[in-house]
Design a binder for this molecule. Structure first.
Ligand code: CP3
Length: 360
């Protein structure tokens, strides 16, 4: 990370794989790698709320770098949250420890939608400062910028907090489509603004999290969600950075999520990567690089169970033009950092060089 001659970012394994190439080793990072599984994270955060800490460049930089130091991962992810830009723009949202984002006044009508105002770069000076500082400290390790996709962020604003069935969100989609589309369009603009600030400050790739999209049928996804996520991907396209799209339980949606405009498709543990590549290709938008997909529950199963799973995933990942190893969802708060470090080391120790020299 602080070597005297850092590898150029463009030849970093993460960016090569994201662009559909085969680097010397399969790159690995972990969704939610910065967070409560690390004692140094808990120490850094003590006495500061989650969203306050996102406004402090000293904390953002330290917390973003912690997993890079600890795990030796191939990418850092900017420390923030999917609801952070709303908060920065003055929206009344909090993150309740152990619960997630909560809003006091859930959105029910046009006045509620109007309260979601666009984010401007002047709302987020600390984002620019944190990203610039991180990029200089990270050297040859890419920084991933991120935002929440319109559906997943809307689900918190409409439900008032986390939900299992998204009943109020779906009721709005079907019962008042105009209101739904107005809200999702505003949230697309929020994501575009937040991602743009991160990329302009130096982030090398972006990931759009639509974590809860798997709660929707393909039909509803295509009608109510895909156009808004596509707007985000389109707006970011001109930056030329890889755009990753991820959601949980999205086996039935992989083709549609890919077609929304992702360059790399994140896959949870339910669908093997080679099957995911088939689904993405069948949708007419692939094949594309994939990211995933070790079941986070396996982190608790002991190394003898983990190692063959990693081998299987690396093998299945060869079906894609590029493979970024990750968990199928975020690091659980009670995961053992030693196990994560071992996973990263093991993945990096496996060569993925293909025997086909000169093939395109
Ligand atoms: O990945 C990283 O390490 C970067 C940081 C990051 C956070 N949230 C920090 C965070 C990222 C990428 C996110 C994205 C996010 N936030 C998603 C998409 C990814 C996913 O997991 O599906 C979602 C759905 C959210 C909403 C959210 N924010 C949830 C569900 C929670 C957890 C609630 C809890 O405490 O169990 C949060 C809070 C949050 N975001 C924490 C962190 C480190 C925990 C806050 C704390 O430490 O008290």
């Amino acid at each position: 990370m602080s070597s005297t001659s850092p590898a150029p970012l463009d030849s970093s394994p993460y960016l090569l794989a994201a662009r559909g190439e085969r680097p010397p080793h399969t790159p690995v990072w972990f969704m939610r790698q910065a967070g409560r599984a690390l004692p140094e994270y808990r120490a850094a955060r003590e006495g500061t709320t989650m969203l306050e800490s996102c406004m402090r460049p000293d904390l953002v930089v330290e917390i973003t770098l912690q997993p890079v130091r600890r795990y030796g991962v191939d990418a850092a992810i900017y420390f923030s949250d999917i609801v952070a830009p709303l908060k920065f723009a003055g929206y009344d949202v909090e993150i309740k420890p152990g619960v997630g984002p909560v809003v006091a006044d859930p959105i029910r009508d046009a006045a509620g939608v109007a309260a979601v105002r666009p984010v401007t770069p002047s709302d987020v000076p600390y984002t620019t400062e944190s990203v610039q500082q991180l990029v200089s400290e990270l050297g040859g390790t890419p920084l991933i910028g991120f935002a929440g996709a319109p559906f997943t962020v809307a689900s918190y604003l409409v439900e008032g907090g986390p939900s299992k069935d998204f009943a109020k969100t779906k009721a709005m989609m079907h019962g008042n489509p105009e209101l739904w589309h107005a809200l999702a369009d505003r949230l697309a603009d929020v994501a575009i603004a937040y991602l743009s600030v991160q990329v302009e400050a130096g982030a090398s790739a972006i990931q759009l999290f639509d974590s809860w999209a798997g709660g929707l049928s393909p039909r509803d996804y295509e009608r109510f969600v895909q156009p808004h996520s596509a707007k985000v991907f389109d707006a970011i396209a001109s930056y030329g950075v890889p755009r990753v799209h991820f959601g949980v339980n999205t086996g039935e949606l992989l083709g549609l999520m890919s077609a929304a405009g992702a360059d790399v498709v994140g896959v949870d543990w339910r669908v093997p990567l080679d099957e995911a590549v088939r689904r993405i290709t069948a949708a007419g938008a692939g094949p594309k690089p994939v990211q995933g997909n070790l079941d986070p529950a396996l982190l608790f199963a002991g190394w003898d169970a983990i190692e063959p799973e990693i081998d299987r995933i690396l093998e299945e990942g060869k079906a894609a033009p590029g493979h970024i190893f990750n968990l199928g969802h975020g690091v659980p708060p009670d995961a053992d950092p030693e196990v994560l470090a071992r996973v990263a080391k093991y993945v990096r120790s496996k060569s993925t060089a293909r025997p086909v020299v000169g093939a395109e």
